[in-house]
Design a protein around this ligand. Structure first.
Ligand code: HEM
Length: 486
């Protein structure tokens, strides 16, 4: 064969490979009549998403309707903002869509063991152990952890007010939720365990991975080995946390054998639930790790958003303060029971989570081709669930940008399709930590609003700029005025 022939074959193969890898995948949606933003070669719709996935999905819904297709790199995603179809996918026909699609393939340890990413029988087994662990009665046993972290947060806010200082509320609440996760999932309490502050430092580092690196990981998973240098701090932190938690599990198992009393926390509940070999130590570490990833920033952001909204809506803050104060007058304390009975607090928090859902988008894998309400779902094209987009859809929420806790009165809730509110997802694969997150956010808000008054100041960013990475977060520090109540 001549050199020319070889060259022509090589070029043809290269063109063919390029076409099948980077051109033909982008025809997928147009072939089935599904609209969507035009993808760019190789990166798909990535450049549009980088400006803010939450906003871009709202814009696409306006342009293309409630069902549209996008590409992250060449990975297609069929976005569905029609809540009746979603109810079928997430609840009624859950058995057909039980798993979520991990966009980063080849998940590292201990991620791969976590309930967030396991599938099939493994997911069912782990989820059922965790369902018992997060039951109302079990959470009551660990309420003391939440209470002491909230008290420390109030002390910090009072000190700031006395010194006429301000601080980024994301940092204040981040300390609170990190303390709760460290104590409940990793078994280390700030006040009596010297390992706690080191572990918290390492845990914080996990959230420092630059967004560009995260995008490259999603877009080109095979680049993961080349990014080791940039991911080394994250890896070091993960190893430290995993080893520490494994050490604590060993200590706890010893104590269980000797009949010594251990702290009541999520880690202990998981250890006890897995005594008969239902969950391995690696799996327990995987769950503790995912509680950190899923529970720290989401809950801290919720509290930050609520504080921001209260500072900008003094009439809502006043009404909330009066409700909390009355409970203090009547019961002398805000405890596990009374905090759940505060109806206006629940409405304020619900409206906060509607406007700013920290988990702004989730997905479900599709196991076989199926048509639902006229929409064709294709095997291996995951369904994207644009939670932020649904919460801001004027068809479901009139004047969606307006903060109005009254949307959550029993009457208004009754009159609405319940599926259009899903900050914690929906169906059997919804957020397992919802109860913990709500009790934590409610107790923290009740305690801080009782102690201090928030107000908008010159340094308060209005409107609040958001960034949508793993979670929906304020893009910049969130400053508000803090005045101690007399
Ligand atoms: C305000 C705080 C939180 C929000 C808004 C939130 C939201 C969500 C959402 C939307 C999902 C996906 C649900 C679905 O796909 O239908 C999820 C899953 C999950 N969340 Fe949360 N979450 C919060 C706090 C927590 C906390 C505190 C924990 C644990 C301590 C936690 C642990 C998890 C886990 C393990 C999953 C995966 C469940 C599974 O796949 O079976 N989350 N969360």
């Amino acid at each position: 064969m001549s050199t020319w022939t070889l060259a022509i074959i090589a070029v043809t193969c290269a063109v063919y490979l390029f076409y099948t890898s980077y051109v033909s995948p982008f025809k997928l949606f147009s072939k089935s009549g599904i609209k969507g933003p035009p993808p760019t070669l190789i990166v798909g719709n990535l450049s549009e998403f980088r400006k803010g996935l939450h906003d871009s999905l709202v814009n696409n819904r306006q342009k293309y309707g409630k069902v549209f297709g996008t590409f992250l790199g060449t990975q297609p995603m069929l976005w569905i903002g029609d809540v009746d179809i979603l109810k079928i996918i997430m609840v009624k026909e859950f058995h057909q869509f039980p798993d979520r699609e991990a966009l980063i393939k080849k998940l590292p340890y201990p991620f791969k063991h976590s309930v967030l990413f396991t599938s099939g029988e493994d997911w069912k087994r782990i989820r059922s152990i965790l369902t018992a662990t997060f039951s109302a009665s079990k959470l009551k046993q660990i309420f003391y952890i939440v209470e002491s972290a909230c008290n420390r947060c109030v002390e910090k806010l009072e000190a700031l007010s006395e010194n006429e200082e301000i601080a980024d509320m994301k940092v204040i609440y981040g300390n609170l939720t990190m303390e709760v996760i460290a104590a409940s999932a990793f078994g280390v309490q700030l006040e009596n365990d010297p390992r706690a502050s080191k572990l918290i430092n390492y845990a914080n580092k996990i959230f420092d991975t630059a967004p560009t690196i995260q995008f490259i990981l999603v877009l080109m998973p095979s680049f993961q080995p080349f990014l080791r240098f940039f991911l080394r701090e994250r890896q070091e932190s993960t190893t430290y946390i995993a080893n520490t938690v494994k050490g604590i599990i060993r200590e706890r198992r010893e104590s269980l054998k000797n009949g010594t009393r251990c702290n009541r926390d999520l880690l202990q509940l998981m250890i006890e639930a897995s005594e008969d070999g239902k969950m391995s130590d690696d799996e327990i570490v995987g769950q503790a790790y995912i509680f950190l990833i899923a529970g720290y920033e989401t809950t801290a952001n919720t509290l930050t958003y609520a504080t921001y909204l209260l500072a900008n809506h003094p009439e809502v803050q006043d009404k909330l303060y009066k409700e909390i104060d009355k409970t203090y007058q009547d019961k002398g304390v805000i405890d596990y029971e009374s905090v759940s009975e505060l109806q206006y607090l629940d409405m304020v928090l619900s409206e906060t989570l509607r406007i700013y859902p920290p988990a702004h988008a989730v997905n479900r894998g599709v196991s076989k081709d199926v048509t639902i309400n006229g929409v064709k779902l294709l095997k291996s094209v995951p369904v994207g669930i644009p939670i932020y987009g649904i919460h801001h859809d004027p068809d479901y929420w009139p004047n969606p940008e307006q903060f109005r806790p009254e949307r959550f009165t029993p009457e208004e809730k009754q009159a609405r399709n319940p599926s259009c509110y899903m900050p914690f997802g929906m169906g059997p694969r919804n957020c397992i930590g919802m109860r913990l997150a709500l009790i934590e956010a409610k107790l923290a808000l009740a305690k801080v609003v009782k102690a201090v008054e928030f107000s908008a100041i010159d340094k308060t960013e209005i409107p609040l700029k958001l960034k949508a990475g793993g979670t929906l977060s304020p893009a910049n520090p969130v400053y508000v005025g803090i005045k101690k109540r007399l």
